[in-house]
Design a protein. Structure first.
Lengths: 242, 199
């Protein structure tokens, strides 16, 4: 049976039978992988701790008929302990892995993999606050998937901004002459924050006031759910307190 | 696919946790083919368990009465509450004979990706039990995996009150495992070596 090896971040796990788990991972080279980790729920397994969500591991698998089987896992990055210590980080990380799982349904990419491990590492190190880290991750992940939002120029006509009418379905801000009646208007400061989160401009993001952050989070959530065409279960549990 | 009722049986069995389509088929044919298999006894027990068994109104453990045997036992100390995810964890800890206090069954662990938030667990009921000051120690014995750790840290931040110590089972329980699979000796040691996380 063909063996292969890759680096992967664990997105989620499901219990299987008495003591096994199905592990869903996003890998560097093989896209999304769903594989069985045998015996990991038994306490004698040394394996289980390396295959928990938010862990990055060097894994070896052999191809099974329906699901691959994990034969080895060596930890190369463990962010779980730091993330679970802080509830806001835990809920943010949960939304990230749920998004990564859904957005890579048609196959993952190296960019999605690197973005996710970078975001988890940043959460674990408490670099920018859980809520901002999450919103930045969502905007960039959607951009990699081909749904980059526009926060300056009109998403429909390309007319140079700034514009204030924001229409999720049209891909971002739109010029007044194409804005549907009643389209929501965003505060210019919210658009600046969104652009900063998309670009990873952390000094600008860090300087934003709470009211602007919460308006931006609402936009990011709506934009994400629209493009994923379904709701993210974890999103309603996000703790925006941090 | 099988005809009619046989397939229905396989489908119903396949809905049970941990039973895949192949196991469901194996069980279905065992029931069909084994003469000695007492189907009516199984059916009776299934109906009975649904009628009689409920959850203890105090701790959430399974019981046939309003309060479970542990909550009714006057020899158990009311000063200590051990918080677990599931009723089966109560059974695992009882086997160690190490713990003489009461329990609180949360009904799961916080797992946003599965749509389970703190409000979906019996956390409010736990806070109510702590209100009168009788309890001086809460031992958090959630599973030693990611969701269990996240639930433990959420609880330890919530349970800040005067004269209350919050402890967590000692590590030594392998990470990623289920509490119910821990052997009695390991689990007993984890109780003895529990560490204070709050208070
Ligand atoms: Zn009880």
């Amino acid at each position: 049976m063909p063996l292969y090896r890759d680096e992967a971040v664990v997105l989620r796990t499901h219990k299987l039978g008495e003591a096994d788990r199905i592990v869903t991972m996003l890998s560097r080279e093989h896209g999304k992988i769903r594989a069985v980790a045998k015996g990991v729920r038994r306490t004698a397994s040394k394996f289980g701790s390396r295959l928990e969500p938010f862990m990055v591991a060097d894994v070896q698998l052999y191809e099974g008929r329906s699901l691959d089987i994990i034969t080895q896992a060596e930890s190369i990055g463990s962010y779980g302990a730091e993330i679970t210590e802080d509830y806001a980080s835990y809920t943010a990380a949960s939304v990230m892995v749920e998004t990564a799982d859904k957005i890579t349904d048609d196959g993952g990419s190296l960019q999605q993999y690197l973005l996710l491990i970078g975001a988890l590492r940043s959460l674990a190190r408490r670099e920018h606050g859980a809520s901002l880290t999450l919103d930045s991750y969502l905007l960039r992940s959607l951009s990699i998937a081909g749904w980059a939002p526009s926060f300056v120029d009109c998403a429909v006509t390309g007319a140079p901004g700034p514009h204030t009418a924001f229409v999720v379905q049209l891909g971002g801000v739109v010029a007044d002459d194409v804005a549907p009646p009643g389209a929501p208007r965003l505060d210019p400061a919210t658009l600046d924050l969104l652009a900063a989160l998309l670009a990873g401009d952390w000094p600008v993001a860090a300087a934003s006031p709470e009211r602007i952050r919460s308006q931006a989070s609402g936009i990011v959530a709506a934009y994400t759910q629209f493009h994923l065409e379904r709701s993210l279960r974890s999103l309603q549990h996000v703790d925006r307190g941090a | 696919m099988y005809e009619g009722i046989v397939q229905e049986l396989i489908d119903e069995l396949g809905r049970l946790p941990g039973i895949g389509p192949k196991s469901a088929q194996r069980i279905a044919f065992h029931i069909l083919q084994t003469e000695a298999f007492d189907v009516s006894r199984l059916a009776e027990v299934l109906v009975e368990v649904r009628e009689k068994v409920r959850f203890c109104e105090v701790c959430g453990n399974v019981t046939e009465q309003e309060r479970c045997a542990i909550c009714r036992d006057p020899r158990r100390s009311a000063a200590t509450i051990c918080v677990v995810e599931e009723a089966k964890d109560v059974a695992a800890i009882e086997r160690t004979r190490e713990f003489k206090g009461l329990y609180h069954v949360l009904g799961g662990a916080i797992s946003p990706i599965d749509g389970v938030g703190p409000e979906d667990l019996r956390i409010r009921q736990l806070m109510e039990r702590l209100a009168d000051g009788t309890v001086t120690e809460v031992i958090i014995a959630t599973d030693p995996n990611l969701e269990g750790e996240a639930t433990a840290s959420y609880l330890s931040r919530l349970l800040v009150q005067p004269n209350l110590r919050v402890t967590r089972l000692a590590s030594g329980l392998p990470v990623g495992g289920d509490l119910e699979y821990a052997d009695e000796v390991t689990l007993g040691r984890a109780f003895e070596g529990r560490r204070v996380v709050q208070g």
